[in-house]
Design a protein around this ligand. Structure first.
Ligand code: ING
Length: 313
């Protein structure tokens, strides 16, 4: 079967004081548990090596801030993860903070069953703000600490099919899934760190989980692909983050879901030929999709009244 048993390794909180080796041990333990479930691939969360540091205000260049970033992957402290994965014959998605050539990215990599990196993605949709604002109940400063991803949304040959990556806020944007769907993605892997709520006026915290599943189930269904999503969750340094890691079929059905807010492995049998069936029938872009018609609509809107100014985000 193309695809195969895919695992999602949800992580509970990572304390600011937790060292890389301590975190890597947690990841290795979950790799081993996934092997016990016959997984051939495992998805870890966004920024899976550190606490979610964009919740705090740092001056750029602050050594404490820079220490959250990896300058090589694998590096000495992450190598054991790659070595264990190679021993177990398991590929994985790993989210981490990447520093390269003076740039800082919120990055994810894809490895094959030998521990070799076969793909990289850098987060495109960076939520939050550049400047802190003491009036906010909580900060979300990804725009301050990360550069916008410069690799597009590539889809890679993996698991005898086509696998793409996204990171957290990317999953809220339909374009993310469609750009990879147009490349034939059969599985989209992603990690997230999502606060339960930062006191937004119109976003009841209770909707956080609803929006999480809504957007990923829609993305999977609209693009006839599997989605495997891993949360970093629980009360991390005093900030509640949602769990609800899940695996979604091309039908949009949730076929596996975490029930805790801790390190937890789930898995599902992801047959890529099921994705192909829906790509051939319902979401056959070549036969049913009409970009030329959409173009006309866009022109008409373009000639209309100016849109209201987008308030600074
Ligand atoms: N976190 C959140 C996410 O997109 C967010 C930020 C939460 C944006 C709720 C909008 C609404 O899940 C990250 N890391 O992107």
């Amino acid at each position: 079967m193309r695809g195969g048993v895919i695992g999602v390794a949800q992580m509970g909180p990572i304390a600011k004081s937790e060292s890389r080796p301590q975190v890597v041990k947690r990841l290795i333990d979950m790799l081993k548990e996934a092997k016990g479930r016959n997984c051939r691939f495992v998805v870890f969360p966004e920024l899976a090596l550190t606490t979610f540091f964009p919740r705090w205000v740092y001056q750029l260049g602050d050594p404490e801030l820079e220490a959250f970033f990896e300058t090589e992957m694998p590096g000495p402290e992450t190598k054991p993860l790659f070595e264990t994965a190679a021993e177990l014959g398991i590929g994985f998605y790993l989210g981490y903070a990447e520093k390269t050539k003076g740039k800082h990215y919120n990055t994810a990599i894809l490895t094959d069953g030998t521990g070799k990196i076969i793909g990289k993605y850098r987060k495109v949709h960076l939520p939050g703000h550049v400047e802190p604002d003491p009036s906010r109940k909580g900060e979300h400063l990804e725009k301050r600490y990360f550069d916008i991803g410069n690799l597009g949304f590539p889809v890679y040959e993996a698991l005898e099919g086509r696998v793409g990556m996204a990171i957290c806020n990317d999953r809220r944007w339909p374009e993310t899934y469609r750009v990879m769907g147009l490349q034939g993605a059969e599985l989209i892997t992603l990690g997230y760190n999502t606060p339960v709520g930062l006191g937004e006026p119109f976003q009841a915290a209770a909707l956080a989980n609803f929006h999480n599943s809504l957007t990923m189930q829609a993305g999977a269904y609209h693009n006839a692909c599997w989605v495997a999503a891993a949360a970093k969750c629980g009360n991390e340094e005093g900030f509640e983050m949602i769990g609800q890691s899940m695996i979604i079929a091309p039908t949009g059905e949730v076929v596996a879901q975490c029930s805790s807010l801790e390190d937890e492995v789930i898995s599902a049998r992801c047959d890529f030929d099921q994705a192909q069936y829906f790509k051939r029938e319902i979401f056959n872009f070549a036969r049913h999709r009409r970009p030329e018609a959409y173009g006309l609509i866009t022109e008409r809107i373009g000639a209309g009244d100016p849109l209201p100014p987008v308030e600074s985000f």
